[in-house]
Design a protein around this ligand. Structure first.
Ligand code: IPD
Length: 265
């Protein structure tokens, strides 16, 4: 990795740790988990989400004033969600806000960094690490011996819920060893990267949920795909992250649909 990118990544790690400490403290303080809603009554946000996103953006701006941002809460507040070729930080201050609100202790500060529309951190061949330990996806080739992670998301429209359940039924009927969901896309993707689950899929995620996780999965040896096969498009709100191409064949069991893209005008 060149010095410039290393410098940026070092800052990302430092600010993620700082943000993580704020989130950890807030998890123990009911006042900091005051809940508000966004697109629906089950799409939650707290002041801590907003505060942490502000903290990250201000810290990065100070050091890298020309960089751009796509942040979950800034987009919710009306900022554009446009990925350009410029250096861009893609931030979800608390991925797993519903978990956070309920003190269900699985949340992530998710920070991806892209240049030329490609997520950069971890640069090919450099590997993925958790607290210094290298991550490696599972070597399981048999989907029937796999755990698959997915989420129900926050869209409760009848047609969407039906499709989610139809996919789930198909996956369970393969049959797989189990289906899990941590309540955060970023953690689900790190579970794929760590080899604890073989694959994660979801329709309805946002770019800030999966930008950082996507490079972590690839650097740990995994593959990314669209839910109908073909290359993943991080703005499409559809993703499959798997340990290998064989397990990624779960795509044929997914009842796919197309939510409004993140970069829709
Ligand atoms: C959500 C989580 C959840 C997934 C949703 C995401 P948020 O992110 O990743 O697991 O099902 O699609 O929007 O709102 O907690 O940042």
């Amino acid at each position: 990795m060149d010095d410039v990118l290393q410098n940026i990544m070092d800052h990302a790690v430092a600010v993620a740790r700082e943000a993580g400490q704020v989130v950890r403290e807030a998890l123990c303080d009911e006042k900091q988990r005051d809940v508000m809603t966004k697109s629906s009554t089950v799409d939650l946000v707290t002041q801590t989400d907003q505060r942490v996103e502000h903290l990250i953006i201000q810290s990065v701006k100070k050091k890298f004033p020309t960089h751009r941002f796509i942040g979950e809460e800034s987009v919710a507040a009306g900022e554009a969600c446009v990925l350009t070729d410029d250096p861009t930080w893609i931030i979800d201050p608390i991925d797993g806000t519903t978990n956070f609100v309920h003190s269900f202790p699985f949340v992530a500060v998710s920070i991806g960094f892209s240049v030329d529309k490609k997520i950069q951190f971890g640069v090919e061949g450099k590997g993925a690490f958790c607290n210094g330990e290298p991550l490696q996806v599972s070597d399981q080739e048999d989907v029937r011996r796999s755990i698959i992670a997915t989420e129900f998301g926050s869209n409760r429209e009848t047609e969407t819920v039906e499709k989610i359940f139809s996919s789930l039924r198909n996956i369970l009927n393969i049959p797989v060893h189990g289906v899990r969901g941590a309540g955060t896309a970023a953690v689900n993707m790190c579970l794929v990267a760590s080899g604890c689950v073989e694959a994660y899929y979801e329709v309805g995620v946002h770019v800030w949920d999966v930008a950082a996780g996507s490079v972590i999965v690839e650097e740990a040896g995994g593959v990314l795909m669209d839910v109908e096969g073909g290359p993943v498009d991080l703005m499409s709100r559809r993703i499959v992250a798997a340990n290998n191409g064989t397990v990624a064949h779960i795509v044929k069991e997914i009842d796919a649909f197309s939510p409004t893209r993140d970069d829709a005008p």
